[in-house]
Design a binder for this molecule. Structure first.
Ligand code: TYM
Length: 336
């Protein structure tokens, strides 16, 4: 039976938050038994904006441990660190040489992040989507489960693959597979706790804007207590005038595993004073087993290292096979 192959990753920029979990990781876990899975911690991507080298390696292991704590199982999923498989950097260079500059200049995330950095913006930030394309194309992935914000990068990945196949392969025998994005219908864009119109993000300077997967219960209570709401009584989904309300109800719905109609009926007459403690409780209870597992893993680093070593070997094998095909097609001289 053909199992669709999946690849995805998260940047080790600080800890993971509920957006990463509900937009991506939760769906990796849910589908892992029916698919062939590759999940990497994309440390090379985390270097495209200013970062602290003293923290990068530790954050990389932290994110890998959180993958396992959230339920990824090495029996079904290959888990590895992007920089440990050199083919990612090597394919990026080759794809750079066929990617038109203006495709990259159009990327929304580049424009947003570049604005924040002014004159300091590095070439790596512009080139980031090509590295992401290499991550995906090396594994000939069928599906890429991500949040809404990565959709444009997935379209670019398909464009790059198509251009490569057109230039260096034939329509009957394409070398690179065109992947499909897999974006959840609910939770694909979790919003900030301090502004319901902007996305929950690791780079927001205020930690009060997000719930990290490792936040202790009292901090979660504090963040929910202080999060932005509105003065209207009665809570509802889908009112464009009430983005915070929609976002908080969606978090409640997803983390309590109830359907939308049930939640809508439950909260329609509530005020914030009644709803907020319920929401905080649901988040705390959902994260409790993840945090327990995470603490265990951080105390058993040998196991984590072994998982990452085995993951690297398997990933390297697959990635190397694609890289060799691309190198040959592009005319790189074989080793003598
Ligand atoms: P990153 O590290 O910003 O985010 C990791 C995953 O979390 C999703 N996500 C969200 N989903 C819902 N609501 C939010 N507020 C939210 N914030 C983040 C992202 O969509 C993503 O799925 N470029 C990628 C990492 C990457 C990658 C790849 C992904 C590198 N190579 C190859 C897939 C395949 C990124 O920066 O994700």
């Amino acid at each position: 039976m053909h199992r669709p192959r999946v690849l995805s990753g998260v940047q080790p920029t600080g800890h993971l938050h509920l957006g990463n979990y509900l937009g991506a990781i939760r769906h990796w876990v849910a589908g892992q038994q029916e698919r062939e899975n590759f999940f990497c911690v994309v440390d090379l991507h985390a270097m495209t904006v200013p970062y602290n080298p003293a923290e990068l390696a530790q954050n990389t292991y932290t994110v890998a441990a959180l993958y396992l704590a959230c339920g990824l199982d090495p029996q079904y999923s290959v888990i590895f660190i992007q920089s440990h498989v050199p083919a990612h950097s090597q394919l990026t260079w080759l794809l750079n040489c066929i990617t038109p500059l203006n495709w990259l200049e159009r990327m929304i995330q580049f424009k947003e992040k570049a604005l924040k950095q002014g004159e300091d913006v590095g070439v790596g930030l512009l080139d980031y989507p090509v590295l992401m394309a290499a991550d995906i194309l090396l594994y000939q992935a069928d599906l890429v489960p991500v949040g809404e914000d990565q959709k444009q990068h997935l379209e670019l990945t398909r464009d790059i693959a198509q251009r490569f196949n057109y230039l260096f392969a034939s329509p009957e025998n394409p070398i690179l597979k065109l992947p499909q994005p897999l974006i959840p219908t609910t939770g694909a864009r979790v919003m900030s706790l301090t502004d319901g119109t902007s996305k929950m993000s690791k780079s927001d300077p205020s930690d009060m804007s997000r719930i990290n997967l490792t936040d202790p219960p009292d901090l979660i209570q504090k963040k929910i207590k202080r999060c932005k709401t509105d003065p209207i009584r009665g809570l509802e989904f889908d009112n464009p005038q009430r983005p915070e309300c929609h976002n908080l109800l969606t978090l409640y719905q997803l983390l309590s595993d109830k359907d939308k109609a049930t939640v809508a009926a439950e909260v329609q007459d509530m005020g914030w004073g009644e709803f907020k403690p319920l929401l905080a409780e649901v988040i705390i209870e959902h994260l409790r087993p993840i945090q327990t597992k995470y603490a265990e893993l951080m105390n058993a680093q040998d196991y984590l290292r072994q998982v990452l070593r085995e993951g690297r070997e398997r990933a390297h094998q697959i990635a190397q096979a694609t890289l060799a095909q691309v190198q040959k097609a592009m005319g790189i001289a074989p080793l003598l």
